[in-house]
Design a protein around this ligand. Structure first.
Ligand code: ADP
Length: 160
């Protein structure tokens, strides 16, 4: 049976930190489905469609990765719908842990068959976040170290 992992998140925009988690997840799962969150309390720079399009472009040559919208569904329900065996999340620091632990327990309360699987960030990406990347781009700094060229181009367009 094909092992499917769902990686939910805001991805506003996708960073090399996220990409590193996808790469690690592909050592365990046959397919990684990235689910882009639409309704969030956070203010987003990119529209859900724009975020999804960038991700699709990044992984255009890798059929093991695809991207879907979370829509107005609960993450765990969407994971069941797409027959995912696990929910993928990334951990950068202890500060991520408390929040992630809480979310994992909430998800388990809804469906105990789907486990949350955590991958730890590689050293050089521990401090990379979407918000940091947006801040650098806003002030015309260099972002190529932190994002794929596809994202770099879109950030330049947004802030030009
Ligand atoms: P959310 O708004 O749902 O936290 P994000 O897009 O910010 O969504 O992140 C999605 C997941 O990826 C989270 O589990 C987050 O901890 C993880 N993540 C984000 N950046 C990194 C990084 N640089 N290294 C490892 N994991 C990361």
């Amino acid at each position: 049976m094909k092992k499917i992992g769902m990686y939910p998140g805001s991805f506003d925009p996708m960073t090399k930190g996220h990409m590193d988690i996808v790469k690690k997840a592909l050592t365990i799962f046959d397919e990684v489905v990235i689910a882009v969150l639409e309704n969030s309390s956070k203010t987003m720079l990119f529209k859900p469609d724009e975020r999804k399009k960038m991700i699709e472009e990044i992984y255009v040559n890798d059929e093991r990765v695809r991207c879907i919208s979370l829509g107005s569904k609960l993450t765990i329900n969407l994971a069941e719908e797409i027959s995912a065996q696990g929910i993928i999340r990334g951990l950068r620091a202890m500060s991520d842990f408390e929040y992630e632990f809480q979310i994992a327990n909430i998800n388990r309360s809804q469906n105990e068959k789907i486990e949350s699987i955590f991958f730890t960030a590689t050293d050089k990406f521990t401090y990379v976040s979407s918000s940091m990347v947006k801040e650098i781009a806003l002030y015309k700094g260099k972002v190529e170290e932190f994002v794929d060229p596809v994202v770099q181009k879109e950030l330049e367009k947004k802030f030009s």
